[in-house]
Design a protein around this ligand. Sequence first.
Ligand code: C5P
Length: 237
Amino acid sequence: MTTPTIFCAIDTPDLDRAKTLAAQIGPVTGGIKLGLEFFCTHGPDGVRRVMDEAPDTALFLDLKFHDIPNTVAAALRTVAKTRPAFVNVHAAGGAEMMRAGREALMDEAVRLNITPPRLLAVTILTSFDAPTLSAVGQGDDVAAQVIRLATLTQESGLDGVVCSAHEIAPLRNRLGPAFTLMVPGIRPAGTESGDQKRIMTPDEALAAGASHLVIGRPITGAADPAAATQMIVESLS
Ligand code: C5P
């Protein structure tokens, strides 16, 4: 399976709705993202049931693990059984945690005879600004801290980071062409920005150096999600 460019964020705790959306969207995007809200409600079994509706669709399991290395490794081993293309951790968990997570995924992939899930890290959440960062003792320069954590991610052998649209260019510049930059906050021209503040169109984000895009509500909130997806796919030059 080739790795798709677009992962549609299906953010709902409703299993039937998630299954319906997956069946509509999966064949068009080739990629689906499920996150904490869904996973905490339905667990790995629910993930399998959704992905059964969208065969040949890649899964990004966005659970952002952050704990001691042994616990994160064990959690990643467990979720590897759902055969995600991507999973993620918080870079702030440190190099040892990231390396332990990566090794656990590699081991489990051999044991299950599957392609190893690619491991991404979250650097600084986009809900953080300078005062929020300062309050948790990480200085007050968000951009510098994003670069620092993304560099640590790469040095720890991970495949890439989740980053906001305005971080694409500096990270691509710093981390080279092969590093995965998975970018949410994407809004096709003419759609509502919702609560996303720093948005880009799919074309702009790809031109800036994004490797993958996460798009949620512009697709899932459309009257016809499959048609909305198709329009986005066709808009990519
Ligand atoms: O609906 P929308 O396109 O805004 O969905 C974006 C998805 O990406 C959501 O699942 C959201 O949790 C996730 N995300 C984000 N910003 C980040 C990291 C993840 O919007 N910095």
